[in-house]
Design a protein around this ligand. Structure first.
Ligand code: ADP
Ligand code: MG
Length: 366
């Protein structure tokens, strides 16, 4: 019978928790009830802020630490024991060994003839055949990165774990090195987990991804699912320069510094956060004739203090009047305003600000 690998999980992480014990008996729950699975050949990103537990989770999967609760299973596709490869941020290459010896170190257990064949294969895969007798310090950053990858692929692992592997690369080269490594990985038919705090990197890499916060997975899905349907403002905040404004529900509407937004499915008095993407905001010179009341747009007007050009979007610093008590408040908005050259001359002018309500995500603040 044909073995349907597409349906097979390489990894299952089931209700896993892990607690660090401090020197003075204090404890820190670094991983809290985490569950997810990975299919063969699937690429998965773990995205989250520094200290949220990404590296700890990776070490648990690698078997370098053991969970206090829950179970981690790695299913080998071959009949050999499970194999996990790791690539760390510092790459951990051996400086006194040649390129070939660095790779051979990872497959010491193989018969000598097989070792030579496998070294040739992975050197070819990562395009380092001509560098086999060179030492790591003579390689470029991208070549070192590919060597680290070759070494982790040499034992033919079922799963590769990458812990912020591109973090030490120069910004200007980072993207091309990263794309190169990912393309090589895709050719090797291995499942992989990439840990990163860079959303673009996570999205580029992932078939599916998870957003972590404080030891917990907030949401799992494809990059598109998470971008389009974030379950809270925290998840949404990972994707670009979003704006978050807060307010209180009054008679089915949310009062915010950028205007009134319809919010019928929230209870009276609820504290609600509105997540507004830059593309949802329009700004134009103030026109007193404009009707301020619309279900399609939240609207307010404000003084423009200054603008900062950020490439994809422009950051506007505005002074508006708070709706409740008429107090002036300063707000900062990231808006995408490609056609509107705002320069120093327009400062302190009054502008109309419109927010497309269809593009606003509302979350109750707990
Ligand atoms: P990330 O990789 O997302 O930055 P880590 O997994 O390294 O996060 O750390 C998660 C939490 O566990 C942090 O609060 C960190 O300070 C703590 N931590 C990490 N390693 C240890 C350790 N060896 N002993 C005690 N606490 C640790
Ligand atoms: Mg880390």
């Amino acid at each position: 019978m044909q073995y349907d690998v597409s349906q097979t999980n390489v990894l299952s992480v089931n209700a896993v928790s892990f607690t660090y014990q401090g020197a003075r008996q204090e404890t820190l729950r670094a991983i809290n009830d985490v569950s997810f699975t990975l299919k063969q050949g699937e690429f998965f990103s773990l995205l989250g802020p520094s200290g949220c537990g990404k590296s700890t989770l990776l070490r648990l999967i690698a078997g370098l630490q053991s969970p206090d609760k829950g179970v981690i299973d790695i299913h080998s596709m071959s009949n050999t024991p499970r194999k996990v490869g790791m690539v760390f941020q510092d790459l951990a290459l051996f400086p006194h060994m040649t390129v070939a010896k660095n790779i051979e170190f990872a497959i010491k257990h193989m018969p000598r003839a097989d070792r030579k064949t496998r070294i040739d294969e992975v050197l070819h895969l990562v395009r380092l055949t001509t560098k086999r007798d060179h030492y790591p310090h003579t390689l470029s950053g991208g070549q070192q990165q590919r060597l680290a990858l070759a070494r982790s692929l040499a034992p033919k692992p079922d799963l590769i774990l990458l812990d912020e592997p591109f973090a030490s690369q120069d910004v200007s080269l980072r993207r091309s090195i990263r794309n190169d490594v990912i393309d090589i990985l895709k050719q090797s038919d291995v499942a992989a987990i990439l840990v990163t705090h860079d959303p673009e990197e996570a999205m580029y890499f992932a078939d599916r991804m998870a957003i972590m916060r404080a030891g917990h997975i907030e949401q799992i899905g494809t990059p598109q699912e998470l971008y389009q349907n974030p379950m809270n403002a925290f998840v949404a905040s990972f994707f670009g320069d979003i704006n978050i404004v807060e307010g209180v529900i009054e008679k089915g509407f949310l009062n915010t510094p950028v205007g009134v937004i319809p919010a019928h499915h929230f209870q009276e008095g609820a504290n609600v956060q509105a997540v507004i993407r830059p593309e949802a905001i329009k700004i134009q010179s103030h026109d007193p004739a404009i009707d301020h009341h619309s279900f399609e747009h939240a609207h307010t007007h404000a003084l423009l203090r200054h603008t900062r050009y950020l490439g994809q979007s422009t950051q506007l610093s505005l002074i508006t009047k708070d709706i409740d008590d008429g107090q002036a408040v300063t707000i900062s908005l990231n808006a995408r305003i490609p056609d509107m050259p705002i320069d120093a001359n327009t400062q302190n002018d009054l502008y109309d600000i419109f927010v497309d309500n269809d593009q606003v995500l509302l979350f109750e603040k707990k």
